[in-house]
Design a protein around this ligand. Structure first.
Ligand SMILES: [Fe+2]
Ligand SMILES: [Fe+2]
Length: 241
């Protein structure tokens, strides 16, 4: 398009018959290009709005990682006897239960893991990941049970810290393996139409469970908890000097 307009101007300056012949051709070429660009941009827009299955799962891991940071901050506060609202731990664990254990991991278990099993690829890894999901659900239940009494009972606090720590210890490598070893291979074990259908299934389920802006709302809930926990300002993690 950038090339067409100056050359069209140049041709019109030449005047006479050449312009008369060339201009309609240029105009139709320009119109065609415009139509093509319009159609393409519509298509690109649709594609832009679509989140691929690995991208979808990885950004959910981002939410998971931010909750792990909340757990770590809670552990630090407990360890330094700094008083804080135990509801912050409960609300963090609720996000894990609802968004990670009952949604993200269900997507992996229903859509991702069976494809690898069927293809006979990374069976051991998938088995371990499955066992970790089970263990994760149990730890989340423990965290939810102990969080309310974590401030008043030293014994519960100790167990709560242990549960949060073991959750962090398991999930950091769990999510990292999925991001680097499993998700990048997803395209090898599904057809491109299955891949697209999977993306739609993920989106549909997310909207069903958490509303139209499910992911954004979940990220905003995490950000609010970070603010209340005092870890929202990213600058605090930059080393000075
Ligand atoms: Fe997982
Ligand atoms: Fe995951």
């Amino acid at each position: 398009m950038e090339v067409v307009i100056p050359s069209k101007r140049r041709l019109l300056l030449i005047g006479g018959s050449l312009a008369a012949v060339a201009a309609p051709a240029l105009l139709s070429r320009s119109t065609f290009a415009k139509e093509k660009a319009g159609a393409k941009s519509k298509e690109t827009r649709k594609k832009d709005e679509e989140v691929t299955p690995p991208e979808d799962l990885m950004r959910e891991h981002g939410v998971l990682d931010r909750v792990l940071l909340l757990y770590e901050a809670g552990i630090r506060k407990f360890s330094s006897n700094e008083d804080f609202d135990p509801a912050l731990i409960t609300q963090s664990a609720e996000i894990i239960r609802d968004f990670i254990n009952n949604y993200h991991e269900k997507s992996e278990e229903e859509h991702v893991f069976p494809r690898f099993k069927k293809a006979g690829r990374m069976i051991d890894l998938v088995d371990t990941l499955l066992r970790q999901h089970e263990a994760g659900r149990k730890i989340t239940a423990t965290i939810l049970k102990l969080a309310p009494s974590g401030r008043s009972s030293a014994d519960d606090r100790k167990q709560l810290i242990g549960a949060m720590q073991s959750f962090i210890t398991m999930y950091r490598p769990h999510a990292a393996r999925e991001d680097t070893d499993l998700f990048p291979k997803l395209k090898d074990v599904v057809s491109s139409s299955e891949y697209d259908a999977m993306a739609e299934d993920f989106e549909k389920k997310e909207h069903e469970l958490f509303g139209e802006d499910g992911f954004e709302r979940m990220a905003a809930r995490v950000a609010q908890l970070e603010q209340r926990m005092g870890i929202f300002d990213l600058n605090q993690f930059t080393p000075h000097g």
